[in-house]
Design a protein around this ligand. Structure first.
Ligand SMILES: Cc1cc2nc3c(=O)[nH]c(=O)nc-3n(C[C@H](O)[C@H](O)[C@H](O)COP(=O)(O)O)c2cc1C
Length: 357
């Protein structure tokens, strides 16, 4: 089976159409402008409203650069602990490294002490990020049990105090990323978003799941629509966007101002170009050929090795390689081989041989 056929079949299995139906140019233009458009967050204007979501262990500088190149209007870093910044922890240096080539970029911090968060935000403001984001959605026990991330949804007033302190400490725009609430019976995203707005946030991103759901079940876009109705700052919708049809559907269901894509970009940084192309040209842009996929993946691997050293770079590229090649015939065997590779040269040889490029 060819890769293109596989994509088409997969989308049919998922009951999704890859491309909204072709429409006359005039109608397309209107639709495109309503759905995809530049977005201002405070004094930062994004060329478009497609945003790479923050993903710990995924959104390092090389991956963000690729997503930026592929058209993302904003890329987000992996989350960084405000406490770790305060203590100058060893690996925060890498997490705080942003490049002018990937801008505009949003840097995400987490924590729950308003003063510490504000002090650290002020301290790192001279770095070249454009927007600061506060994580109020992370569900993992290590973070949640510490009162950070999604735990702040339990205490909207503390969340407000944090936002106010940080917004007052910096000149760059501050955004907040939340979930629907802690659990299905304590959904309070509209209230938290309103508090965020009143406390100085320039935009809010809503992941349409509760903390208890982690990543299970489908994201509830109706709740995202409630948030959109509750605030006047830009609302960015997040959860389960895997292509242009989802963007169109989320717009129709929620009227959000922007779209955040996280897992849909794993091994698939061209998702941004695909969506932009679809709305701009009204036609589907096929996934790149094996040759292009290979070149992109190897470039990411090269950048990771250069940035982190070959030992770490090669280990960290393994999961990306698995995402890039998922669904290709023999990909399970390839994954096994990639896991044994120790050098960039060996990885390149393996991929070139495997994909005959
Ligand atoms: C591996 C992984 C790491 C993540 N790390 C973060 C993070 O550091 N900060 C954050 O706000 N969200 C994080 N998320 C959540 C995503 O940003 C996003 O909200 C979620 O995956 C839903 O969007 P999606 O359906 O487009 O993936 C992470 C998700 C995944 C899968």
């Amino acid at each position: 089976m060819t890769y293109v056929n596989w994509i088409v079949e997969r989308n049919e299995r998922r009951g999704r159409q890859m491309t909204p139906k072709a429409q006359p140019r005039e109608k397309r233009e209107k639709k495109k402008d309503a759905v995809i458009h530049p977005l201002s967050i405070g004094n930062v204007t994004l060329a478009n409203n497609l945003i790479l979501g923050p993903m710990a262990g995924v959104c390092d500088l090389p991956f963000r650069l690729l997503c930026h190149e592929q058209g993302a209007g904003l890329v987000c870093t992996e989350m960084v602990s405000a406490k770790a910044i305060a203590y100058n922890n060893r690996n925060t240096g890498e997490l705080l490294t942003v490049s002018d080539e990937e801008r505009p970029v949003s840097l995400q911090i987490f924590g729950s002490d308003p003063k510490l968060m504000a002090d650290q935000a002020r301290r790192i403001e001279p770095l070249h990020w454009d927007i600061l984001d506060i994580n109020m959605g992370c569900p993992v026990p290590k973070v949640f049990n510490n009162g950070d991330g999604s735990a702040l949804l339990k205490d909207p007033l503390l969340a407000g105090r944090i936002i106010e302190a940080v917004a007052n400490a910096i000149g760059k725009p501050l955004t907040v990323k939340i979930r629907l609430g802690i659990s299905a019976d304590s959904i309070n995203c509209a209230e938290v978003a309103h508090i965020a707005q009143e406390s100085g946030a320039a935009a809010v991103t809503v992941h349409g799941r509760t903390r208890d759901q982690f990543y299970m079940g489908r994201a509830d876009w109706e709740q995202i629509a409630r948030v959109k109705r509750a605030v006047s700052i830009p609302v960015i919708g997040n959860g389960d966007i895997t292509g242009p049809t989802d963007v169109q559907a989320m717009y129709e269901q929620t009227g959000v101002d922007g779209y955040m894509i996280a897992r849909g970009a794993q091994g698939n940084p061209w998702i941004f170009r695909q969506i932009l192309h679809c709305f701009q040209e009204g036609e589907e842009l096929l996934r790149p050929s094996a040759r292009e996929m290979c070149a992109l993946m190897l470039r990411q691997a090269r950048m990771m090795c250069d940035l982190k050293g070959e030992h770490t770079g090669i280990r960290q590229i393994r999961k990306h390689a698995a995402w890039y090649t998922a669904g290709y015939p023999g990909s399970a065997r390839l994954r096994g081989l990639v896991n044994e590779v120790q050098t960039y040269e060996a990885l390149e040889e393996l991929f070139r041989e495997y994909f005959a490029v």
